[in-house]
Design a protein around this ligand. Structure first.
Ligand SMILES: CCCCCCCCCCCCCCCCCCCCCCCCCCC/C=C/C(=O)SCCNC(=O)CCNC(=O)[C@H](O)C(C)(C)COP(=O)(O)OP(=O)(O)OC[C@H]1O[C@@H](n2cnc3c(N)ncnc32)[C@H](O)[C@@H]1OP(=O)(O)O
Ligand SMILES: Cc1cc2nc3c(=O)[nH]c(=O)nc-3n(C[C@H](O)[C@H](O)[C@H](O)COP(=O)(O)OP(=O)(O)OC[C@H]3O[C@@H](n4cnc5c(N)ncnc54)[C@H](O)[C@@H]3O)c2cc1C
Length: 674
């Protein structure tokens, strides 16, 4: 039996779930979008971009050759870019790139199952021009880049070095005779490697190179470099550029390599906001903080928290809708097979994914606001808040990408065999998000950056000096007693903070012990890095939990009662889940007892049952159009089996009744004639 809803035939189980939902779905959509106005703007843009059907492919990307896939992605990027420029900017009254980019980014996903070859242009090339150029440089480059007269990327990583930026080998040597920089790749390991769009798409790129002038090296600096002719697109003399080959994902992003053979660029092509080289070769440092040239990476780390929240929302939508439709096993012989969503283990896999998407979405907005505040202070010449912000953005990037990748994979597990189909949409989501854990700063490396900050803050607390807001809880590490456990949301957050403080204290104590035993500071640090990563992770979880809770209380202040209840249930679920994941740590650093933990487990299981009737409503509230999901399992109407079969029939393998491989290989072998 099927039901019809707005001229759409909807799977009866999904229709039943929607009828059961007891809260106002649209209100929750507004919370997730950051307000009703944002929802309306997003929907307008989605209507214009998607209603024409321009995002659709006749043949799925997955059936195309790598070259066809790439060309198709360029074709659609150009269609979408033209739409953005001609219609949407006006329609939505978008004032600036900054305001428009999240919606542009989100809507773009309807056009690409993997990614656009323009991702790096908008995600890093344009932001670098905005953040690293002088006003004069910006007025020349930015309009050309925003209008897409030039397309660029960000080429920093080399074959030999990604993490260790100071170890990059590409050189930019200033020649005062011609007032040019000479870019050179002295070794194979100095070849740029990975930049998205570099392989075939872009004609410009930001190149990060070691700056030499007057015989002295001044470290890495960014340059804007033309690599292809603006008309013919042919690589310019002195440039060796190509595509790096197949990857786990990102296969429509033409990631590339790039080498320079004494390639000359004008002096003005050094991005000179933070440092300058004068005509005579004199080096002038402008910025007050040495790491401001790393600004684009910090920007992307902030953006990535939002990016992975969005992708996790997609995976949980697919898995929850499918779990409402899928029926399996017969625990009660007299009853029909239950929906798999009724299994508590399935709820355990999925509801944390929904809660995490909310937690990360709200943290990303909060992080973006903190970033804007830091930028405003830096405009006035004050860089005092940068170290804390670097520590915060580093750990949030690391934990959000890692948790999201893990939970997307968990959503795949929740979909059984069908989740492994490319047509389910989940493998592409996983391949995309799994890369975010590595790029823009590897997980471990970034957590160790946060740990450096934590250790310094701990030492300040020890010396009774004032602490910055996100680490103010460290002062309690010196109270001399274990934190008192209490299972209220605020009590659990305090316990998470106690755990982070306790782990930091253990690291400091162990490092001091090791140094007293004769190890150098560097070696003592190295020997403690497993625990330092754990301390930074604990700190980040305390920050996420605290921010999520506070933001949800603030944002639901005027919500209807049932929305308040369901949002409170989700935040509580998030806190219980992580407390139960960290029982060993809680036993070490708080007064929690075995009975408290047994009670918490029962409370968690009861909470799953309370959320169960609203599960489909919660994922509907993410308001992800089918075009964005690209999923046979997760579409709004729930026609799962029909879509699986329709997609299977599109496989080119099904075009001929007998494969050529039969006459070529199978038949000869079977007849003994091979
Ligand atoms: C309206 C317009 C319409 C236009 C038309 C539209 C068309 C549409 C068409 C289609 C569109 C499709 C898409 C739409 C897009 C929309 C845009 C939005 C997109 C967003 C998504 C973005 C995704 C982008 C994809 C990115 C792909 C990947 C890129 C990369 O990976 S780039 C390379 C990144 N590399 C790294 O991250 C390297 C990591 N390593 C490091 O960062 C550092 O080396 C380090 C941190 C490990 C250490 O640094 P270092 O060794 O130098 O320093 P130390 O000595 O260790 O430390 C010294 C000291 O400094 C401190 N410190 C270090 N870093 C920083 C820092 N960044 N800030 C502050 N302080 C820092 C460090 O802690 C030490 O401090 P202390 O001594 O302890 O005090
Ligand atoms: C899909 C994708 C797209 C990318 N796009 C771009 C791009 O557009 N532009 C660009 O410039 N780059 C890009 N990159 C490169 C990316 O930024 C780097 O791969 C990333 O920063 C990690 O550096 P790495 O590859 O050198 O890893 P490595 O540093 O070699 O890491 C390997 C391992 O060593 C560990 N390790 C390294 N250093 C330390 C340390 N100090 N302490 C403890 N452990 C350590 C890491 O944790 C990791 O487990 C992209 C990468 C990917 C996967």
């Amino acid at each position: 039996m099927t039901q019809t809803n707005n001229n759409m035939t909807v799977n009866p189980d999904l229709a039943m779930e929607r009828a059961k939902c007891n809260f106002n779905v649209l209100e929750v959509t507004h919370i997730f979008d950051g307000g009703e106005r944002n929802t309306l703007q997003r929907k307008k843009i989605e209507d214009v971009a998607l209603n024409s059907g321009a995002s659709k492919d006749a043949l799925g990307e997955e059936h195309m050759s790598p070259k066809e896939k790439y060309e198709n992605a360029v074709r659609k990027s150009c269609i979408y870019a033209t739409m953005m420029k001609n219609e949407l900017a006006e329609l939505s009254g978008l004032e600036s790139f900054g305001v428009s980019s999240p919606v542009i980014r989100r809507t773009a996903d309807a056009f690409f199952k993997e990614v656009s070859p323009f991702l790096l242009h908008l995600g890093m090339f344009v932001p670098t021009i905005m953040g690293q150029c002088t006003p004069e440089q910006q007025s020349y480059w930015l309009p050309r880049a925003l209008d897409m007269q030039i397309i660029g990327t960000y080429a920093q990583t080399e074959l030999g070095h990604g993490t260790f930026i100071r170890g990059l080998e590409t050189t930019a040597t200033y020649d005062p005779e011609t007032e040019e920089f000479v870019l050179h790749s002295p070794t194979l390991s100095s070849y740029k490697w990975w930049a998205g769009g570099l392989g075939k798409t872009v004609n410009y790129c930001i190149v990060v190179a070691q700056l030499y002038t007057k015989g002295e090296c001044h470290g890495t600096h960014p340059f804007i470099v033309q690599i292809r002719d603006e008309d013919t697109h042919v690589p310019l003399p002195g440039i060796k550029v190509g595509e790096i080959g197949p990857k786990m994902g990102f296969n429509t992003a033409d990631n590339g390599f790039l080498g320079f053979d004494h390639y000359r660029i004008p002096r003005e092509h050094m991005l000179m906001k933070n440092a300058q080289v004068l005509k005579d070769g004199t080096y002038v440092k402008v910025a007050r903080h040495g790491k401001l040239t790393y600004g684009t990476m910090v920007f992307v780390r902030v953006v990535l928290v939002n990016e992975v929240a969005f992708n996790l929302a997609k995976a949980s939508t697919i898995a929850v809708r499918y779990s409402a439709i899928r029926r399996q096993s017969k625990p009660k012989p007299d009853e029909v097979e239950p929906q798999i969503l009724d299994y508590v283990t399935q709820q355990h896999k999925l509801f944390i994914a929904i809660a995490t998407a909310h937690a990360l979405q709200l943290c990303s907005t909060w992080l973006w606001e903190s970033f804007s505040a830091v930028l405003a202070q830096m405009k006035g010449g004050n860089t005092d808040t940068l170290p804390e912000f670097h520590a915060l953005s580093s750990c949030l990037k690391a934990i959000s990408t890692s948790d999201s990748a893990h939970l997307i994979e968990q959503c795949r597990h929740a979909c059984g065999g069908h989740g492994y189909m490319i047509s389910s949409g989940i493998p592409n989501l996983y391949n995309f998000v799994s890369a975010t854990r590595t790029y823009e700063g590897d997980y471990t490396v970034l957590l160790l950056q946060t740990a450096r900050f934590l250790v310094k803050a701990y030492e300040q607390a020890e010396a009774k000096k004032p602490l910055t807001p996100t680490v103010s809880y460290l002062a309690h590490a010196f109270s001399g007693s274990r934190a008192t456990w209490d299972n209220s949301p605020d009590g659990i957050i305090r316990s998470f903070q106690a755990l982070a403080a306790g782990k930091t204290a253990v690291c400091v104590t162990n490092m001091r012990k090791r140094m007293r035993a004769g190890l150098s500071q560097v070696d003592a640090w190295e020997m403690s890095t497993i625990q330092l990563v754990a301390a930074a992770e604990a700190h980040c979880r305390a920050v996420i939990a605290d921010t999520y809770r506070k933001e949800i209380v603030r944002l639901t202040a005027n919500s209807s009662p049932n929305v308040k209840v369901v949002m409170d249930q989700l935040t509580t679920l998030y806190l219980y889940y992580w407390a139960l994941e960290r029982t060993g740590d809680l036993l070490m650093f708080t007064s929690v007892s075995q009975k408290d933990l047994v009670d918490l487990q029962i409370a968690y299981e009861e909470l799953l049952l309370k959320i169960r009737p609203n599960a489909v409503g919660l994922v509907d509230a993410f308001d992800l159009r089918d075009e964005l999901l690209h999923s046979t399992l997760g579409s709004y109407d729930g026609r799962v089996y029909e879509r699986l079969m329709e997609e299977a029939l599109k496989s080119p393998m099904n075009k001929e009744p007998v494969s050529d491989a039969y006459s070529k290989y199978l038949r000869p072998m079977m007849k003994g004639k091979l």
